[in-house]
Design a protein around this ligand. Sequence first.
Ligand SMILES: C[S@@+](CC[C@H](N)C(=O)[O-])C[C@H]1O[C@@H](n2cnc3c(N)ncnc32)[C@H](O)[C@@H]1O
Length: 240
Amino acid sequence: MPDPVREFWAHLSPDRLDRAVTGLGRKPALVRAAALAAPLLARDTATAADFGCGTGQLSLHAGTPRILGVERAAVLAVRAATRMDHVAIAELRQLSFPAEAFDVGFLLFVLDDYPDKGPIVSEALRTLKPGSTLVLAAYSPRDQHMGYLGSNAPVRPQPGTLRVWLEDIPGLRRLLRQHGCCVTHGERISSGYRVNANEFAERVARRQGVCLGVARDLVRDAGITDWVRREFLVLSGVKR
Ligand SMILES: C[S@@+](CC[C@H](N)C(=O)[O-])C[C@H]1O[C@@H](n2cnc3c(N)ncnc32)[C@H](O)[C@@H]1O
């Protein structure tokens, strides 16, 4: 069966994913996610896994390569391997790691691609020890970039672009609780990036398959003139 999420990431260049972090305002969320786990990562004996590690940006911001990257897209895993000591190519919904293997787990900007987030959360939590920490980052439903380009769109996304399925903090908290993880911290992180409103509208028109006039109206109504406001959610919880 075709899997649009797999297809999308399998064909994304590592440079483009790196730019999404450094050029499109996502970096503060990764820095915060790393900081929430810093005391645990500092322990020599702690084992950590970054589920859906992409290009391994977390390791750069955590300042340590001692995190196991888990990634399905080979081209991204190759870049991650330059930043992390070990990277495993794996499907997150069916991991071969034993139960209760890790002290810290990260799920950063992975769940947003899935309407049904349960299988990924439950499989990640299966591999965490009781009492260990899960750090989760996601796009806020108020994130303008994902809203217009992602898209959780007012209009339809085009083939080759990803539909995103965004939850706010209460929904994510509920989801983690259902899978045996008690959220102890949840926050919103804001940032942004500079744009030219006309160019942004052209991208919106292409991504959402609407005419330029409609896209310009959407962009103007969203208050986007020269700045796209980003909002991320970062949560951490303890596995029961
Ligand atoms: C938005 S990127 C986030 C990358 C990284 N966590 C970051 O924050 O920079 C989502 C990543 O999750 C991976 N991914 C999505 N679904 C996956 C699955 N079912 N199994 C393994 N990896 C998956 C994608 O290949 C992609 O690298």
